[in-house]
Design a protein around this ligand. Structure first.
Ligand code: F6R
Length: 619
């Protein structure tokens, strides 16, 4: 999704361009299809923009050098209105003299009528974007008093939809103005220089002092400071904070891909997400939950809203919360939530799960839930992002920045946070629920070591993946908490290896999908531990026999010591023993490693798979 960088410094040299290009490189992980910059220099505006990777922009700037400057904005675009072309790339110019440049993340929903009015007034448009409308509006307003902040303020009053906008004007050197509604923007504070970014990665190489902006706010940065006003024009306070990770955490750290690095960081992601959650008496403490305990005790139902991988974390959460806290849980894809006329009231807790905290589908589901009177709690990995800010409470996962488009460590951290929440709700219920919570919590604290054990054993999985580089289809089966893991295994393979993959509940096989099994068909099976209630283990072993008898090549993920699977397995991938509900933290790891190494064997761009963006900020 679009990345945004703004910079003002006190010296007119090459720094502004360098800072903005570096910021865009750090934001590459968000996914993009074109990039551009604008600089203010000597009363003129210089821009360069190119479709494709940042390298194309770099080459264009080498071919046509830009003047030294102290004021710059930069943008990586993920196309929504208008294809990914040089012309549609941002920045867009505004005004008859073209002296204003503007970049945008989001969608301006009413751009058609606005454009019609501007065209009727004689404004000429060059691109097919909604953004150019905003550029022309801000430029027109600038003519009234030549104050860029006031021009932005008046322009946003016309806009509907979601947007972060940054603007510079040739006649206002040393000033960048930003505005945000339902789209991310943070301020970075330097010494004699200040920054704006879609997230702190944009300026983390220069400062860790950041300022969180609220909804419907406008920020003006100069080399000496920043000012924030609301869309009502009134000055407003913004919260300053320190970023706790540094630039190296957002770099590959010696690995070939971010995805590999992030898979290997998973023991830390789980451990860090548990950090500070337990008091000396072994009881859970959730400081960030701002919903009063009596409100939480009154919760009669829970709905989890999320998309993609995060929704699979939600499915694992359903099994765990229902079992531990005995509260009914429903999992809804966030983009379907509003349309199913959800039954939600003040005793419903709506839990959103989102790595980025910016997924528009999830944000809209949270807003709808609040309108219906629900309590909302966000499980999120990104401080200062929009979804936690729109929620009554937040439980942050501490996975650190996730750069690879395919989610891995955030998934484990989301499941961990969901466990913590489930145990907390069980603890609030008291009695036997609370006792059980204490036992599970002790086991949960040992899970990072077990995740590490799985990672240490991945040699054979990597080999299998390399042998299977030509495979055209892979199936994944699981039951109970193994079912969402089967779905996640299939999603990982689809998104980074471009292989057709399906995940099924193993019990569903006989109701149709078993017809897909033909000799040689590879099938991963996530096997529950032998002590899982309701003879589930035996039932899954029978499922393996059924597909093996029809020629499937069975790749079985089973616990240490589970010998019953051996006669029916072409390969056995071992994970340490755990309580049934905690098993997903272990069984998903071989599936991530498999997808990573198969995609690598195919020579694919693992970190930035085609057609995908890290942060999906449109509906
Ligand atoms: C898949 C993946 C996506 C995200 C989904 C939600 O690997 O990363 O399916 O899980 O787009 O994103 P967040 O968690 O940022 O809301």
């Amino acid at each position: 999704m679009c990345g945004i960088v703004g910079y003002v410094g006190s010296h007119v040299d090459g720094a502004a361009l360098d800072v903005v290009m570096e910021g865009l490189a750090r934001l590459e992980y968000r996914g993009y299809d074109s990039a551009g910059v604008a600089l203010v220099a000597d009363g003129t505006l210089a821009t360069e923009k190119r479709a494709g990777k940042l390298e194309n922009l770099r080459q264009a700037i080498i071919d046509h050098p830009l003047p030294p400057s102290s004021t710059a904005i930069g943008h990586t675009r993920w196309a929504t209105h208008g294809g990914p072309t040089d012309t549609n790339a941002h920045p867009h110019r505004g005004g008859a003299d073209g002296k204003l440049a503007l970049i945008h993340n989001g969608i301006i929903e009413n751009f058609h009528p606005l454009k019609e009015r501007l065209v009727a007034d004689g404004v000429k448009f060059l691109s097919e974007t909604d953004t150019e409308v905003a550029a022309q509006l801000v430029a027109r307003e600038y003519e009234a008093d030549r104050d860029l902040t006031q021009a932005m303020l008046r322009a946003v009053a016309h806009l509907e939809g979601a947007f972060t906008l940054l603007a510079v004007h040739a006649d206002s050197p040393g000033v960048v103005v930003g505005a945000r509604r339902n789209s991310p923007l943070v301020v970075g504070l330097g010494d004699g220089e200040n920054f704006l970014g879609s997230d702190v990665a944009a300026f983390i190489g220069h400062t860790r002092h950041a300022v969180e902006l609220g909804q419907d706010q406008i920020v003006t940065i100069t080399p000496d400071g920043y000012d924030v006003i609301g869309f009502d024009g009134e000055p407003t306070e913004a919260r300053a904070y320190e970023v706790t990770w540094d630039a190296s955490a957002a770099e590959k750290g010696g690995f070939d891909t971010f995805m590999e690095k992030e898979i290997l960081e998973q023991p830390h992601a789980v451990a860090d997400t548990l950090l500070g959650r337990v008091d000396p008496a072994g009881r859970l403490v959730l400081d960030e939950v701002r919903i009063p305990e009596e409100r939480l005790r009154a919760v009669t139902r829970i709905t989890i809203v999320a998309c993609g991988t995060a929704s699979y974390a939600g499915m694992v959460a359903k099994y765990a919360i229902e079992h531990w806290a005995r509260i009914p849980v429903e999992v809804s894809l966030a983009h379907e939530f509003r349309y199913c006329d959800p039954i939600v009231d003040e005793n419903t807790l709506v839990i959103s799960i989102s790595q980025s905290g910016e997924t528009m589908d999830t944000l809209m589901a949270v807003k709808h839930a609040r309108e219906l009177g629900a309590q909302t709690l966000s499980i999120c990995n990104t401080h200062g992002s929009t979804i936690p800010r729109e929620s009554d409470a937040v439980l942050y996962t501490h996975a650190g920045p996730e750069v690879a488009v395919a989610s891995t460590k955030a998934f484990l951290a989301q499941i961990t946070a969901a466990y913590v929440l489930g145990l907390y709700l069980a603890q609030l219920k008291g009695g036997s629920h609370a006792e059980q919570a204490t036992t599970i919590l002790a086991e949960l604290r040992g899970m990072p070591d077990k995740v590490q054990t799985v990672l240490d054993r991945m040699g054979r999985v990597k080999e299998i993946a390399r042998f299977m580089a030509d495979t055209r289809s892979v199936l994944f089966l699981g039951r109970h908490v193994g079912y969402p893991i089967a779905l996640e295994g299939a999603l990982k393979l689809k998104e980074i290896a471009y292989i057709h993959a399906e995940g099924f509940a193993a019990g569903e096989l006989k109701h149709g999908p078993i017809a897909l099994i033909e000799p040689g068909q590879p099938v991963f099976i996530v096997v529950p531990g032998p002590d899982t209630p309701h003879d589930l283990h035996k039932k899954v072993v029978s499922n393996i026999q059924e597909i093996r008898a029809r020629g499937a090549r069975t790749l079985v993920i089973a616990e240490d010591g589970d010998e019953e699977v051996v006669p029916y397995a072409d390969e056995v991938i071992r994970v340490p023993h755990s309580s049934p509900l905690l098993q997903p933290l272990l069984t998903v790891v071989p599936l991530q490693v498999f997808a990573l190494h198969l995609a690598t064997a195919k020579g694919l761009d693992v970190d930035q798979p085609r057609n995908l963006a890290k942060s999906v900020t449109v509906e």
